[in-house]
Design a protein around this ligand. Structure first.
Ligand code: F6R
Length: 269
């Protein structure tokens, strides 16, 4: 795990954007896995901005949504399909046929989930998966107690997740309590995973995921087993981490490793 502590939200988004951009430079047909929610909005804004400036394009790229509310039509303003379209897809040149999402009203839930998994595999898997994290440690809608090997499926949301997202819905509007989500096993197959978090209300989820034991009680803790995961957070979200100085030291001295590789001599720290 690489823990990257930034000064503010904008810096978090710049770091995540740079990683996506570099991967896109290496592989124009990048396969992205994308979360919704408040956290990744700034990254999507940076991708749009960069596209408008002609620095990046998505003509060969593909995108897979991480999850969706079960029971909402695609054009419901709170559906994740709507969110992705509003906050990213309609501003860039991603081809319609390369935009993939879970349906809110599939005819056959299990079959739909199986097909989603098969589709991800058929394009070679997800290159970069962007994740937020719930204050209870959920990733996607894999709530605490989700199997760490789970695949894409229907999940019942916890009351705290429903409450956390209630603000998006109109007063009195019924909140969905079920979702479809990529499983934890599915997420773990992404080649690179970026977990973004900012604000005090994420401090417990972050410390438990990064420095706690691996447990289904904190789904994001399983990311400790992933070979390429970056946790990009602000000071508030990092506030309970006990090894902050070490994480900063590692990050600030990363270039040294590149120097050793290229000139075969130890860097001066
Ligand atoms: C969103 C998702 C969720 C959110 C998490 C954090 O697609 O799957 O896991 O990433 O609930 O939400 P925000 O970013 O709104 O704090």
């Amino acid at each position: 795990m690489e823990i990257i502590i930034k000064n503010d939200y904008d810096e978090i988004c710049s770091e995540a954007y740079q990683i996506v951009f570099q991967e896109w430079q290496r592989k124009n047909n990048i396969v992205l896995g994308l979360a919704t929610g408040r956290t990744p909005l700034g990254v999507y804004a940076k991708l749009i901005n960069s596209y408008k400036k002609g620095e990046i394009n998505f003509s060969e790229a593909r995108a897979f949504s991480l999850d969706e509310y079960l029971g909402l039509k695609e054009d419901h303003p709170q559906s994740f399909a709507y969110y992705m379209n509003k906050n990213l897809y309609r501003h860039i040149d991603l081809k319609k046929e390369n935009i993939h999402g879970l349906q809110g009203l599939p005819e056959d839930i299990d079959e739909h989930c199986r097909q989603y998994e098969a589709l991800i595999k058929s394009v070679g898997g997800i290159d970069v998966q962007i994740l937020g994290i719930g204050s209870n440690g959920h990733i996607g809608f894999n709530e605490p107690s989700s199997s760490l090997a789970s695949r894409t499926r229907a999940k019942t949301l916890t009351k705290e997740t429903i409450e956390a997202n209630r603000g998006y819905f109109r007063d009195g509007e019924e909140m969905p309590c079920y979702s479809l989500t990529m499983g934890i096993g599915t997420i773990m197959e992404a080649k690179t995973i970026l977990v973004l978090a900012f604000g005090k209300n994420k401090e417990d989820a972050v410390v438990n995921s990064v420095e706690g034991p691996i447990t289904a009680a904190v789904p994001a803790s399983v990311l400790q087993l992933h070979p390429d995961v970056k946790i990009i957070i602000d000071e508030d979200a990092a506030s309970r981490l006990t090894r902050k100085d070490y994480y900063r030291w590692v990050y600030n001295n990363k270039k040294g490793i590149t120097q050793i590789r290229s000139v075969n001599k130890p860097p001066v720290l």
